[in-house]
Every structure is written in C-alpha cells, then in structure tokens.
Design a protein. Structure first.
Length: 276
C-alpha cells in the first residue's frame, strides 16, 4: 500500500472543550499529530473541564451551515470526523452539506452518552443520528452505551454480548463498525470491528490510567487521519489496517498521558507523545 504523497486535509465537526482534551481542540491535536492539516466546524460552545460539563450552548443550524459552506467551497477535505450532534436539524444540515461535496472518508463518533451514563440527546436526536448520519458514514465508532442507545437495547457486559449486538449495528448501513469495548470489566480492552465481509477482534491490554478525557474523540479523529492518507483505490485490508493503526496510536497516547498533569479530574491523553 502506498500512502498519498501530499498532506491531507481533515475536518472535525464537533463541540468545544476549553480544557483541550476532547471535542474540537482534542480532535485538532490528534489530526495534526498524525500529519494532516486540520480544519473545524463548531456545533456547540461547551463549558467543561476535566471534571465534567457545566453548560452546553448549541450553535444554530444556520450558523453551522454557513461554516460548512464557506469551508467546503474553499478547501478540499479528504476525511471528516463528526462528533456530538444534538438535534435533527443539525444532523440534516451536516448531512446535506457533506453529501453535496462529499469527502472520501466520513467517520462518525455517535456521542450520545456522558461518562456519568446520562443521555445527552433527546429521542429525536437519537433517531437523527441513527437515520441521517450513520448511513452517511464510512466508519462509526460507538462505545457500548452508545451502541445500546442506537439499538434501543441493553448495554453489553461481555465479549459474547458485543458479538450478538454487532449485526444490529451493521444493519444501520455504515460499511465499517468499530464497537469499542472499553466499558467491559477486566484487564483487556478489546474492540470489535465489522467490515462489509466479516468481523474481527482488535485486542489490546487496558492501560492503567485515569487520563481518559477525550479518548473517544481521539480515536475517531485518529481513524479519520489514518484513512485520509490512503489512496483512492485502498483495499478493505488497507482500511482495516488504518483503523487498527489508529487504535495503536491511541494506546501509545494513553500510555504517555502520565507525563501530563492537566486539571483535577480525568486528564487528557498525550496527543503529541511522539514529540514531547
């Protein structure tokens, strides 16, 4: 497999994080650390830190539309990561803009459940993610609570339950589904990847750290960055390798996170662990 010789352009569509570990700020760090030129569209101004979210101020759909139109009219985007989308109007705005000027790769991180277990979007917002954005995406990266919300079922607690859940997620029409197993108990942290033809486990040991702020953002952005470097005729094996490589990068960022001392709660991963 030969990678694209030029520097890819990537886009994150997400809310903000003043502490810099998640959301737009965390995405931009990830996309930049992995050798792409990162652009962004903001969907919500969020007052949060490493201890939690205090306030969410959604950006109106028309403002999101203007951001997307102005960016996409000017900059060629190779891969986009979509984060939290709280309403059907915003989901449809993003869908229409990306369908009109579709990047080669679209990665959806269906952020719907807070680490506390609280549901962040209403029933209509959940339907919008499931019906509008999931079919648009090439890759979706739900964790176990998010997958349960998407399917209206129980949260899996075992690898066998994850395998049972996978066909329902595939039926939502995203070609690649990365079902993240970080919420499972135990020393292992396996993810289950479905492709158009099969499925496979991507095993990894659990990193002993509390620096978990923004891990889902980092992984989905890393996948977008890795995919953006693939050639147009990339094979399924190439795509699987890119997703697995993104997972390995996140593992290294978690292992290096002890070098950072950010905040009084769950700190961020070390996005730039390869440099400092």
């Amino acid at each position: 497999m030969s990678l694209s010789p030029r520097i890819p352009h990537t886009l994150t569509i997400a809310g903000s994080d003043p502490s810099g570990g998640a959301g737009l700020q965390g995405d931009i760090k990830t996309l930049s650390a992995l050798g792409t030129y990162a652009t962004n569209v903001i969907t919500a101004v969020i007052a949060q830190n490493t201890r939690g979210v205090a306030m969410v101020h959604p950006v109106p759909a028309e403002v999101i539309r203007q951001q997307l139109d102005n960016l996409l009219d000017d900059v060629r985007i190779d891969a986009v990561k979509i984060g939290m989308v709280a309403s059907r109007e915003v989901a449809e705005t993003i869908h229409d803009a990306l369908l009109k000027r579709r990047p080669r790769w679209i990665v959806l991180d269906p952020v719907m459940v807070a680490k506390s277990g609280d549901i962040l979007v209403d029933a209509e917002g959940i339907r919008a993610v499931r019906e509008v954005l999931v079919p648009l995406a090439d890759v979706i990266t739900p964790n176990l609570p998010e997958a349960a919300v998407l399917l209206g079922g129980e949260v899996p607690t075992t690898p066998d339950a994850m395998e049972t859940m996978l066909p329902g997620l595939q039926a939502l029409k995203a070609p690649y589904v990365l079902l993240k197993g970080g919420h499972l108990a135990g020393a292992a942290c396996p993810d289950l990847l479905a492709t158009p033809t099969d499925s496979a486990w991507l095993p990894a040991p659990r990193v002993a750290t509390d620096n978990l702020h923004g891990t889902g953002c980092a992984l989905s952005s890393a996948i977008a960055a890795k995919l953006s470097r693939l050639p147009v005729d990339a094979s399924q094996a190439d795509i699987v390798e890119a997703i697995d490589d993104a997972k390995r990068w996140l593992h290294a960022a978690l292992e290096a996170s002890h070098r950072l001392q950010v905040g009084k709660g769950r700190g961020p991963v070390h996005h730039f662990h390869a440099w400092w």
